[in-house]
Design a protein around this ligand. Structure first.
Ligand SMILES: Cc1ncc(COP(=O)(O)O)c(C=O)c1O
Length: 392
């Protein structure tokens, strides 16, 4: 009885914070600007992977992120995959990656025949746990020929993919510097992080590459799409070449000087993105206000703690998050189920990837924090259409 009462009270608190309205987890707003740009694209006839709007979109992302080079691709997962290829990840290499992340951080490792090596999360920012990583690398690797090897498997550890979970920056400068000492290349998964800054620098600019997604549920969308950020000119031009079938410039002949990929974002997708960018600042400010709105509702709650961003971070608050207090964590699934039945798009954090059948039995450190996050976190409706009132 006490359980049912608590679940009812928790659900009512969440419904109340939404003024008893129904919302999906994260729905985009597609308005006049978007339609204007998409129509312009349709009228131009350039709907595929050539056209000016892709270049324009890349330039807009450059302005936001201050990255020197921005290369657009078909989605965030492919952005990570092509970055791994250019980072030199080969069949049988190990790649460090959090177990608590979206599967798109991990599947590209497997696509290349490389081995995911799972690392634990940080309770403060949900990203990679720096201290644990430092101790783990010290104990579990050896160096030879300027490479780091896993003592247990004898395989080279070639790269790491830190993820800025829910848009919250992890301790990326410390992670990059640590991994440099081990000759491990950093590819930032900033899929959720457009508009997030770590010590005033946009995420995705710390590693050799940074990858952003524009899936329909992100802060801005291109329908499907992604970009790779890099500040390395040579790698940028190689990336652009490889993602556009490695075709050599020639007035009429089809000459390809490498085995390329057909990954360039379409002009049509970019046109939607250009429309969304007109509203980017508005969406970003809405997310911060939404955070304050939820904070007011859940502050001092007997049921939840509310995530607070660390001092070094300026998060885009892509997905709003509550952390259920220990006493009530066993009710998590009931709470989610009940709220979903009421038309409220809440969801749990991702199941640890290392527990899913295609990703089992790979190397891993202990994942105690990742498990704690999975057991306690619920994401709340976070889209730009969620109405905010800052009085309670
Ligand atoms: C953390 C993370 N990594 C990777 C991806 C993959 O991006 P996409 O869906 O554009 O392939 C996403 C999002 O969808 C994500 O949230």
């Amino acid at each position: 009885m006490e359980k049912i009462n608590s679940i009812n009270k928790i659900c009512l608190t969440i419904q109340n914070s939404l003024n008893f309205k129904k919302y999906n987890l994260h729905e985009p707003i597609i308005g006049i600007e978007e339609k204007k740009y998409v129509n312009k694209c349709l009228n131009s006839g350039f709907v595929s992977s050539s056209g000016k709007m892709i270049d324009e979109f890349e330039n807009e992302i450059k302005k936001i992120t201050k990255s020197k080079f921005v290369i657009s691709v078909v989605n965030g997962t492919e952005a990570i995959k092509i970055s791994l290829v250019l980072a030199g990840v080969k069949f049988g290499d190990e790649v460090l990656v959090p177990s608590l992340t979206f599967v798109g951080s991990v599947s590209p490792i497997k696509h290349l025949g490389a081995i995911p090596h799972f690392i634990d999360s940080d309770l403060k920012n949900f990203g990679v746990n720096y201290n644990k990583l430092e101790n783990y690398l010290k104990k579990n690797t050896f160096k030879k020929n300027k490479k780091s090897f896993n003592k247990k498997t004898g395989r080279v550890i070639r790269a790491i993919i830190p993820v800025h979970i829910f848009g919250h920056p992890c301790e990326i400068d410390k992670i990059v510097n640590l991994c440099k000492k081990y000759n491990i290349v950093t590819i930032e998964d900033a899929a959720e992080g457009l508009g997030s800054y770590y010590k005033k620098k946009h995420v995705g600019n710390f590693g050799l590459f940074g990858c952003i997604s524009f899936n329909g549920n992100k802060i801005i969308t291109t329908g499907a799409g992604g970009v790779v950020l890099t500040n390395n000119k040579k790698l940028a031009s190689k990336l652009r070449h490889l993602t556009t079938t490695a075709k050599v410039n020639h007035p009429y002949e089809y000459i390809h000087d490498d085995v390329g990929y057909n990954l360039r974002m379409s002009n049509l997708n970019a046109s939607l993105g250009l429309g969304q960018i007109q509203n980017f600042k508005k969406f970003l400010s809405h997310k911060k206000k939404l955070y304050s709105h939820y904070l007011k509702f859940f502050k001092n709650s007997e049921y939840f703690e509310f995530f607070k961003e660390p001092k070094y971070a300026d998060s885009n608050y892509w997905l709003q998050t509550i952390v259920i207090r220990k006493k009530y964590q066993s009710y998590k699934n009931d709470i989610i189920k009940k709220l979903q039945e009421k038309g409220i798009g809440v969801r749990p954090a991702w199941k640890l990837i290392s527990t899913l059948s295609p990703y089992k039995n790979y190397p891993s450190m202990s994942l105690s924090n990742a498990k704690k996050i999975y057991d306690s976190v619920i994401n709340l409706p976070s889209g730009p259409g969620v109405k905010i009132s800052l009085k309670k």
